[in-house]
Design a protein around this ligand. Structure first.
Ligand SMILES: Nc1ncnc2c1ncn2[C@@H]1O[C@H](COP(=O)(O)OP(=O)(O)OP(=O)(O)O)[C@@H](O)[C@H]1O
Ligand SMILES: [Mg+2]
Length: 221
């Protein structure tokens, strides 16, 4: 059985797309392909006009490092490291110098509003704060694409709005974002909704007037 079949999806620079669909419909499989974590068994994936489906693992990891930031439902922070150390970690693998790593990590934590929690470890942070650290980690390498697989799946409505607000700001500043969500309310904050079913893309619609997240004001119903 194929996890995805006959999918044709084109995402332009600067879009904010949500992927919806029931469990097992192929959303994460799609994200793994978009993020160069998996290669399609057949078909092509062009990223910035380069066919990445033929690249080897080293080339793929280089592209991931340069262009893509990942955010996951379960945060995936290392428990023994502080916020700033978690944010710096991928840059160590990316060969960024220590002083530059520190500078970029502080900038990224500032964007997500967490400079006052830099030396806290994940178990000293709320779920929403952990996800903000994870977003800081994703953006510290200055990727052009952010891939988020159910980033608000474990969060309450207040934290959800805070996360969406950060994504909307990053998108306004030029990042291309693809986000999986199970919640129709959350998808209404994006600019386009793509729906999967049984490995097929069954709907692809723009959101006419995306909601604007304001963590100081409204909450998701
Ligand atoms: N590593 C794997 N090996 C084999 N089959 C897999 C693997 N991962 C996922 N699948 C299958 O591929 C299909 C799509 O799975 P995928 O994880 O992409 O779904 P999903 O839409 O992300 O679901 P969920 O909402 O539960 O996260 C499912 O039928 C699943 O069982
Ligand atoms: Mg999934």
């Amino acid at each position: 059985m194929l996890a995805l079949e006959g999918i044709c999806l084109r995402v332009e620079e600067g879009e904010f797309v949500s992927i919806m669909g029931s469990s097992g419909s192929g959303k994460s499989t799609m994200m793994n392909i978009l993020g160069c974590l998996d290669k399609p068994t057949s078909g092509r994936y062009l990223l910035d006009n380069i066919d990445v489906s033929k690249m080897n693992d080293n080339q793929l990891s280089e592209i991931r490092n340069k262009k893509i930031g990942f955010v996951f439902q379960s945060f995936n922070l290392l428990p023994k490291l502080t916020s700033i150390e978690n944010v710096e970690l991928p840059m160590i693998y990316g060969g960024v110098s220590a002083s530059e790593r520190r500078k970029r990590a502080i900038e990224a934590l500032d964007i997500v509003g967490l400079t006052h929690r830099m030396t806290h470890k994940p178990n000293e942070l709320s779920g929403g704060q952990r996800q903000r650290v994870a977003i800081a980690r994703a953006i510290a390498g200055n990727p052009s694409i952010i891939l988020a697989d159910e980033p608000t799946g474990n969060l309450d409505s207040k934290s959800t709005i805070e996360i969406i607000e950060i994504f909307q700001k990053l998108n306004a500043d030029g990042a291309t974002i693809v986000m999986v969500t199970h919640e129709p309310d959350v998808a209404m904050y994006t600019k386009r909704i793509v729906t999967f079913k049984d490995g097929h893309l069954i709907s692809d619609k723009p959101v006419e007037n995306p909601m604007i997240a304001n963590s100081l004001g409204g909450v998701v119903s």
